[in-house]
Design a protein around this ligand. Structure first.
Ligand SMILES: C[S@@+](CC[C@H](N)C(=O)[O-])C[C@H]1O[C@@H](n2cnc3c(N)ncnc32)[C@H](O)[C@@H]1O
Length: 215
């Protein structure tokens, strides 16, 4: 599969008929063929990631990407997308002046596609896509973090952010908010809604909350 075929696949995955979640449902309904596509194209490289932490590829929509950029407007410092898919958020972040811009992704097809997209946008060598398990990345030098991941991984992710991110860091989450955190701001509606969390405020709220459960 070459980069253009990968890009075509990504376009199809973004369509409602064959979105990543839709593909999962299809797999349940039609069995082996769809499962084979899922296992071979969407989830290679995940053998060492526990099943409960595995999140399939579902690319952000154009509107979701735009909303993330609104919440990162005027910021600076290292910007990372955890589970960077085809690289769209990282490339857009770089376009908005956020540098260095780095994506962490385990799927080798998506890493290839990300590099192709960066090259096509004229950012070859300017943005980085690293084949790394997001759970093992040390985030202590990251100031802007984007996450478009499943709700099931939000609690362990929250714990990781609290342990590693600097106070000045901002986390921008798409599709699902962090259930125990109060956002600093939010943009968009329905599926396009994104939420920003400033770590200093999250930590302060955790300290003053009666339950004291920041995760
Ligand atoms: C829902 S998609 C989001 C893709 C991209 N961030 C976007 O918004 O378009 C989640 C991505 O995270 C990747 N991913 C899941 N678990 C990961 C892990 N442990 N380490 C690195 N990447 C991971 C998947 O391969 C998938 O591409």
């Amino acid at each position: 599969m070459d980069a253009e075929e990968l890009e075509e696949l990504a376009r199809r995955l973004q369509g409602r008929a064959l979105g990543g979640w839709g593909l999962l449902q299809l797999a349940a309904g039609t069995g082996l063929a769809a499962y084979a596509v899922w296992a071979a194209v969407l989830m290679p490289g995940f053998r060492r990631v526990p099943l409960r932490l595995q999140v399939p590829y579902v690319p952000s929509s154009t509107q979701q990407v735009a909303n993330v950029m609104v919440l990162l407007e005027g910021r600076s410092g290292k910007t990372v997308d955890l589970g960077s898919g085809d690289g769209r958020l990282v490339i857009e972040a770089y376009k908005h002046g956020l540098r260095p811009a780095v994506g962490y992704e385990l799927n080798p097809w998506l890493l290839r596609l990300s590099n192709y997209r960066a090259w096509k946008a004229g950012y070859n060598g300017k943005v980085s896509f690293l084949k790394q398990d997001l759970w093992k990345v040390n985030l202590s030098d990251c100031y802007n973090v984007t996450v478009f991941l499943a709700p099931s991984v939000k609690p362990p992710l929250a714990a990781k952010f609290l342990a590693e991110l600097p106070d000045e860091a901002r986390v921008v989450a798409g599709r699902f908010p962090f259930p125990s955190w109060t956002p600093t701001s939010t943009v968009g509606k329905g599926l396009d809604q994104v939420w920003a969390y400033d770590m200093k405020e999250v930590r302060q709220a955790a300290q003053t909350s009666a339950e004291g459960s920041p995760v």
